[in-house]
Design a protein. Sequence first.
Length: 267
Amino acid sequence: RMPSVFSYQSAEVDWCEGNFERSALIAEYYNTVNGTTGLSLLPLPPLNFPLLEVADEGSWGQGSFWHMSLLLAGVFSMYFHMTLSYVGQLLDELSILWALAVAYSFWYPHVYFPRFIKSRKHFFCLTGAITVISTLMSFVKPAFNAYVLNCIAFHLLYLTWRELKKCSDRRVHQMAAAMVLWWVLAISSWISDRWLCGFWQAVNFPYLHSFWHVLIAMSLLYCCPLVIYFDVTYELPSFKPKMEYWPSDSWPVVVPYVALEERHKQC
C-alpha cells in the first residue's frame, strides 16, 4: 500500500534534528518552534508600507499581498517540519517560490526588464508563466527545489550591488550590509545542517536549520526597506526616500523603514 502524501515522514527531505524526540505530534520540535519565532518577526517589515505616506493606494495593496504570501510561507514551513509530510514539503517550497514571484512581479525595476518586455503588465504575465512552469517542474524532484530557491538569492544580491553603485546614501549601504550579513549567517546554517549533519549530531547540536528560520527572517527585515527604497527611486521620482529606524536610532533593537521627503521643485 502506498503511503499517503499527507502521512508523517513521507517527505523526501529529513533535516538533521532527531524526529519526535520531544513531542509525539511534532517531528522536528526545534525546527518547528524556531519557525514560529521567525514567523513572529514577519509582521515587522509591513511597517514600511503605511509609513511610505504616499497617495498611492497600490503601494499598500501590493505590500500587504506580498506580506500575506510571506506569512503563508512561514505557516507552511511550520507544517512541514511538524509532519515531514510530502505535501508539507511541497507547500513549504512552493510558497517560497510564489512569494518570490510576487516580489519580482511588483517591484522588479523597469530598467532591468528584458528588451522584449514593454510594460509592467507584460512582465507580470512573463513572471506568472515562469512561476506556473516552475511549480509544475517542482513535482519532478521536490528535494532539489530548495537548492534552486536559494540560488535565486544570488540574483537578488547582484541587483542590490547594481543599485548600490548608483546610491551614495550611507544608511542604504549599511542596510544592505546588514541584510547580507544576516543572509550569510542564514545560508551557512542551512548548508551546514544539510551537509555536515554527522558532525553536528556527533557534538549533540543538530539544530542549525532551526537557526535558519530566525536568521532569514532577520535578513528580510532589512531587505524589505531596501526594496521599497529602490522602488520609490524609480516609481516616485518626485519624492526622496530616506532610511529611518523605529522607534529611534539610539535604540539597541530597531525596525528599519523608509520615510519620504518631497523634493523641492527646481525653478
